[in-house]
Design a protein around this ligand. Sequence first.
Ligand code: ATP
Length: 263
Amino acid sequence: MAGNSCTVKVKIDNVKKIYDGRNGEVVALNGVSFDIMENEFVCVVGPSGCGKSTLLNIIAGLGNPTSGKVYVDNKEVVGTGIERGVVFQQYALFPWLTVRKNVEFGLKLKKLKKQEITEITNRYLDMVDLREFAESYPKELSGGMKQRVAIARAYAVNPEVLLLDEPFGALDAQTRTQLQSELLETWEKEKKTCFFITHDVDEAIILSQRVVIMSARPGRVKEIVDVNIPYPRTQETKMTKEFLDLKNYIWSQVYQEYLEVRK
Ligand SMILES: Nc1ncnc2c1ncn2[C@@H]1O[C@H](COP(=O)(O)OP(=O)(O)OP(=O)(O)O)[C@@H](O)[C@H]1O
C-alpha cells in the first residue's frame, strides 16, 4: 500500500453515473471503486471525457452518483462539506473581493475570531508568496497568481481532503512547474488527503503516491500504479530512470485508452 496511513479516508464504492445527454443517456462512470488513504496524494489520469471531473464532483458532493456511494471517514457523502476543499482549473475566485478577502471567505463562514482569521490568512498568503498582493483584486493577477490564491483559500480552511481538478491546466509550463513544487512542499509540510486530476503524466508522477489510470468512457479504473519514488521530489526527479520508466508505462496505458475513444 502506497499511502502514509492504513486509514481509509475516502472510499469510492461501485460508483456509476449516467447523465441525460442531449442525444440520450451518457454513461460517464461505471463501477468505479477504490480507496484513498489518509494523507495520501492520488492523481487521476485518463482520456478526455472518461469521467474524471464527474468523479471529483461526486466526491465533493456537487453531484450525485446514479448508483454506488462515496464515503469520507466512513460517512456517506451527501452534499458538500467543509472537510472537503475543491480547487478548479478556472480559479473560481470572487472577482469583487481582494486577494485577502478571497482567502478569508471560508474562514468567516467558520465563524472564527477576527484576529485568528487575519493570522491564518497571512500565514497562507505567505505560503503562496502573495502577501504583498493581499489588497489586489483577481483581475490584477496573472493566472499563476490567481491559482496560488485558490490554493491558499483551499488550505486556509484546513480541509481534510483536497480535491483538485486540473488546477494547473491553464498555466504556462514554467508557472506550472513552479506551482507543482510549491504544492509538493506544502503537502509535505501539512499533509492532506489529495485527489488531483491531470492530463499531464509527468505532473501525476511527480506529485502522487499512486496514479489511477481510467479507461475510456464509460470511465472505469483501468489500473492503479504505485509511485515508489521517495520524497522530497524535485524537478531533477523527472530525469531519473525510475521516473522515466513509470512515465513511459503510464503514458502508453493512457494512450491505449485515447485510441479507444477515437475508434
Ligand atoms: N451535465 C452533463 N450532462 C450530460 N453529459 C455530461 C455532463 N457532464 C459531463 N457529461 C459527459 O460525461 C462524460 C464525462 O465527462 P467529464 O467531464 O467527467 O470527463 P473528464 O474525464 O473530466 O473530461 P476532460 O478530461 O475532458 O475534462 C463526457 O462524455 C461528458 O460529455
